[in-house]
Design a protein around this ligand. Structure first.
Ligand code: HPA
Length: 282
């Protein structure tokens, strides 16, 4: 039986996915960008060279969530070569945690040096309001399985990788600069990933607050760990689409989160675009 935790199987699977991609394009991106819930419109800004639906890549995990149409988009943004993930898979869909990070590792193997993560989150920090953007400065991963469990894939990175500087200071400085130039109020904070799919209870949110989390969501952290493991430079921005349970007086729905993402997308697009153009110069 094939096990995701077997390093050789997973590395072979990645190499096979890479072969599928290389049959369609020899594009080497500098930056890999993951678009979160409702933020898929960003793709309109890209001068597209090639798109590859996830379903056309052999053994690639395909998302089942509304708002997560699945494809890689290859192209340039003001001359900067990017590959964009329009749609990601989540652990709550039933994929193994190793499968959840496969698309990220694949972009690393395509040659991307920088991973730019975006997501929708619930705001825990009482200074946050719905519609804010939070630059991720650090994360809490302890509530989801670690994507590096199982045999280590030596071809990608070391068994015990350091996680002191996952969200690179030089990339954070660029995002801050971009926010100032675009006159966008940029919050900063710690993001905690849960497995989902249920939203958190008010008591869980209080616990996360005590632990130092500023925003909560169901993605991103495992992707950042896998990318850092293989030496990619990571940065991330979270769209605080709602106030987290108990902080918000209303029950949470996916539709509300999705709509908030859509509403924020024009501003978000400006922030991410400017950041990427600046990152293209480093
Ligand atoms: N909790 C978890 N994930 C989320 C939330 C939330 O409140 N909002 C958007 N994604």
């Amino acid at each position: 039986m094939k096990s995701d935790a077997n390093a050789k199987n997973m590395y072979d699977r990645l190499q096979n996915c890479l072969k599928c991609v290389r049959k369609k394009t020899d594009f080497v991106p500098k930056i890999a960008l993951v678009l979160g819930s409702g933020l898929g419109d960003f793709a309109k800004n890209i001068e597209v060279e090639c798109t590859i639906p996830y379903s056309e890549i052999e053994n690639f995990p395909v998302s089942t969530v509304f708002g997560h149409a699945g494809q890689y988009i290859f192209g340039t943004l003001n001359g900067v070569k990017i590959v964009c993930m329009q749609g990601r898979v989540h652990y709550y869909e039933g994929y193994s945690i190793q499968e959840v990070v496969l698309p990220i590792r694949l972009m690393g193997l395509m040659g991307a040096e920088i991973l730019f993560l975006t997501n929708a989150s619930g705001g825990i920090n009482s200074d946050f309001k719905a519609g804010d953007f939070m630059m991720i400065t650090d994360h809490i991963s302890n509530f989801v399985p670690n994507p590096l469990t199982g045999q280590n894939i030596e071809e990608l990175g070391t068994r015990f990788p350091d996680m002191s500087h996952v969200y690179r200071e030089e990339l954070q400085a660029i995002i801050e600069e971009a926010a100032i130039e675009e006159k966008i109020d940029l919050k900063k904070g710690v993001y905690v990933q849960t497995t989902g799919p249920s939203f958190e209870s008010p008591a869980e949110i209080q616990m996360f607050k005590l632990l130092g989390a500023d925003a909560v969501g169901m993605s991103t952290v495992v992707e950042a760990i896998a990318a850092n493991h293989m030496g990619m430079k990571v940065c991330g921005i979270s769209c605080v689409c709602n106030l987290a349970a108990g902080i918000s007086p209303r029950p949470l729905t996916h539709e509300e989160v999705f709509e908030a993402g859509v509403k924020a997308s024009a501003l978000f697009t400006r922030l991410v675009k400017k950041s990427i153009v600046k990152m293209g110069k480093i």
